[in-house]
Design a protein around this ligand. Structure first.
Ligand SMILES: Nc1ncnc2c1ncn2[C@@H]1O[C@H](COP(=O)(O)OP(=O)(O)OP(=O)(O)O)[C@@H](O)[C@H]1O
Length: 656
């Protein structure tokens, strides 16, 4: 493992790093961030000097993107969809034998997040549950009645105890209820649906699963291929999230006969089809590629599906997605019998969620909410710095160089800006990579891998990466651009900052603020007050008078009616206005395979962040950002086509 120690910190170290980082940011608050010069204009230190500065501060070596390898090695890609999973042999008894190498790969400490010291804080929120039958929370794995293989896999994951959402959701699913669950980011919602579903199926897989070849021995696609007839269908909005849930499913299916597969756009459909043809019990998919496969009835049938899970349900149920969603929920030969359970999960909540939940969930479904729907938890230190637009790049550099080198995720609002910021950092000696939906799937997977492995501990991204991503030890999230209303506003802010401080760990979120962000200022202030964070002076004017009232569309009659297990922990009433309804039509471009069922691999470049791009003039640039990075053509190229923030003529102290 070639990970630098500085980027893989233990839970115990996290606290002091967050403290150090928070002080560093505080110190920056008063600094003047002189507009960027230096590397962009050829004035100031050369790249070697900058690399030395970054190295002295503890940042690791930069890793250039290997474009040459990509074009030469098309057929040898390590696609996430073909990752090794436990292959069952018909000769096995109830539990398959251990496979040490795979076990290490699946459960190694670099792959599974470990709960932090502040897990109690995460579990301290009031739980609101409505259910026709009493759901008793179970707080120890041993008392949940889980299958022994599942218990073993949970132990291998290092999960000491169920989180709050798991304590209620697992018994609800085990007792055959449909479920709608809303709980904070990083609170273990994926386990809350995978653990009970897989555990239930482990005892019955032999009876319920479709016949499949004995893959562990030999698989000859021509003779042995079968039609995939999954028992579980999990739908989520992004490719990165789909592959991440697939990885969790690979872990939790270990040593069982349940075989997970993943289908998502951009990667070769052929390879995904071949995996399906080996047998598939759990199918995790993004909508576009799923619809493609559903149309190929010899490849995929949904007639056996016993569980449909919609993750990031408020995003998936947004009005823009209604057609795709309907097709998936009622499409093809999907099992419509009474034995089909529907589960919906998210950290935030909107009107469509409510409406479609009513349509698709049984009348006696369980409604579970941990804390106020759409709220953040207190484990993220939220800091704001006033930064003028043109000073952002320099401020970002100052921020990163003044902090301990930690895994950092930087959000910007447009794809062009991702390229600029990534190149700027890279050319300033920082080990950055980037991701947005204008990139090929190959680039996206490579960037994620580099970030997860800490080969590139800094990732620049558009909001497309905000939802659901779980990368261990992201200690710092930077909102280089805050999400305006069209970018999802406070909802997206909550999801973005939720990439840090997961599962009881701590983290810091720094946001660059200026007068352009006034439209979400009040929502930000309410969030800061609710999370007991410091409200900076420049946001004081937006402090609401009196009781906090949340206008985040997050509550509804589900939760206002009597509750079985607690009262609303939220801080006031919530209006019914649909903020997400304001998101423009183009939102359906959000995720590159959200399309109409056409071959999802062909729709690269469609993205929500394309809609976000309000800098149309940037599209006219003909300089390929990434090739600069590759070729090392830095200064002159930039000088001819600077990012807006980089255009100021003044020379800064640092560079001078
Ligand atoms: N009981 C547990 N104990 C310790 N760690 C856990 C437990 N359950 C899940 N985790 C870990 O917590 C992390 C966050 O879980 P997960 O991604 O499911 O959160 P989430 O609630 O879905 O977040 P988001 O809303 O951002 O999608 C993962 O790394 C997962 O492995």
């Amino acid at each position: 493992m070639d990970l630098p120690e500085t980027h893989i910190v233990s839970a115990a170290e996290t606290s002091s790093i967050v403290d150090d980082a928070a002080s560093a940011v505080e110190g920056l608050d008063t600094q003047e961030h002189e507009p960027t010069q230096g590397v962009l204009s050829g004035v100031g230190p050369d790249t070697d000097t900058l690399i030395e500065v970054a190295r002295n501060k503890g940042w690791t070596e930069r890793v250039p993107y290997a474009y040459a390898d990509l074009s030469n090695n098309k057929d040898h890609r390590d696609w996430a969809s073909v990752a090794t999973r436990y292959e069952w042999n018909d000769d096995y008894g109830e539990i398959g034998p251990a496979v040490p190498e795979l076990e290490k790969q699946l459960f190694g400490s670099d792959h599974v997040g470990r709960a932090g010291d502040k897990i109690d804080e995460l579990n301290s929120y009031k739980v609101n549950i409505e259910s026709p039958n009493e759901i008793v929370a179970v707080t120890e794995w041993e008392n949940l009645g889980l299958h022994p293989v599942m218990l073993q896999n949970i132990r291998l994951c290092g999960y000491a105890a169920p989180t709050a959402v798991q304590s209620y959701a697992i018994p609800a699913v085990l007792t055959n209820h449909d479920l709608i669950a809303v709980a904070q980011t990083g609170s273990g919602k994926t386990g809350a649906f995978l653990i009970p579903i897989l555990s239930k199926l482990m005892g019955k897989a032999k009876k319920l699963a479709a016949p499949r070849p004995n893959v562990a021995e030999l698989f000859n696609p021509r003779e042995d291929a079968v039609r995939a007839e999954p028992l579980v269908l999990i739908v989520c909005p992004t490719r990165e999230l789909a592959t991440q849930i697939f990885d969790d499913a690979r872990r939790l299916c270990y040593r069982s006969m349940l075989r997970p597969c993943v289908a998502y756009g951009g990667a070769p459909a052929r390879l995904q089809r071949e995996e399906l043809q080996k047998g598939c019990d759990i199918l995790i998919a993004t909508p576009g590629r799923l619809l493609d496969f559903m149309a190929q009835t010899h490849v995929l049938s949904l007639r056996r599906v016993r569980y449909t899970v919609i993750d990031e349900a408020d995003e998936m149920l947004d009005a823009d997605w209604e057609d795709e969603f309907k097709k998936i929920m009622s499409g093809g030969d999907i099992n419509e019998d009474e034995d089909h359970r529907y589960l919906m999960f998210s950290a935030t909540f909107n009107k469509m969620f409510r409406k479609l939940a009513k349509t698709y969930l049984s009348d006696d479904h369980v409604r579970l909410r941990v804390g106020r729907a759409g709220s953040s938890h207190h484990n993220v230190v939220q800091t704001f710095i006033w930064v003028e637009q043109r000073q952002k790049m320099r401020a970002l550099y100052d921020l990163l160089i003044s902090m301990p080198p930690v895994r950092t995720l930087i959000f910007v609002n447009s794809r062009d800006q991702v390229d600029f910021v990534d190149d700027y950092l890279y050319n300033s000696g920082m080990p950055s990579t980037s991701i947005h939906s204008g990139r090929t799937q190959r680039e996206r997977e490579d960037a994620m891998r580099a970030f997860r492995s800490a080969k590139c501990p800094i990732m620049v991204a558009t909001g497309v990466s905000a939802r659901g991503l779980d990368v261990i030890n992201v200690l710092h999230v930077v909102n280089y651009d805050l999400p305006s209303a069209v970018h999802g506003g406070i909802t997206e802010y909550i999801h973005r900052i939720g990439r840090t401080a997961r599962i009881g760990n701590e983290g810091i979120a720094t946001s660059f603020y200026n007068e352009k962000n006034e439209e979400i200022a009040q929502d930000l202030v309410k969030n800061l007050i609710e999370c007991k964070q410091i409200v900076p002076d420049f946001l004081e004017e937006f402090r609401p008078e009196g009781e906090l009232v949340f206008d985040d569309d997050s509550d509804d009659e589900f939760f206002e009616q009597g509750s079985a297990a607690g009262t609303d922990a939220g801080a006031g009433s919530v209006s019914d206005e649909g903020r997400l309804d304001e998101v423009p039509e183009t939102k359906e471009d959000a995720y590159s395979d959200a399309g109409s069922g056409k071959e999802a691999g062909s729709d690269e470049g469609k993205a929500r962040d394309a809609a976000y791009d309000d800098r149309k003039t940037l599209d006219e640039r003909d300089v390929d950002q990434k090739s600069r990075k590759k070729s090392g053509l830095v200064d002159s190229a930039y000088a001819t086509s600077p990012a807006p923030e980089a255009q100021a003529p003044k020379q800064s102290d640092f560079w001078g």
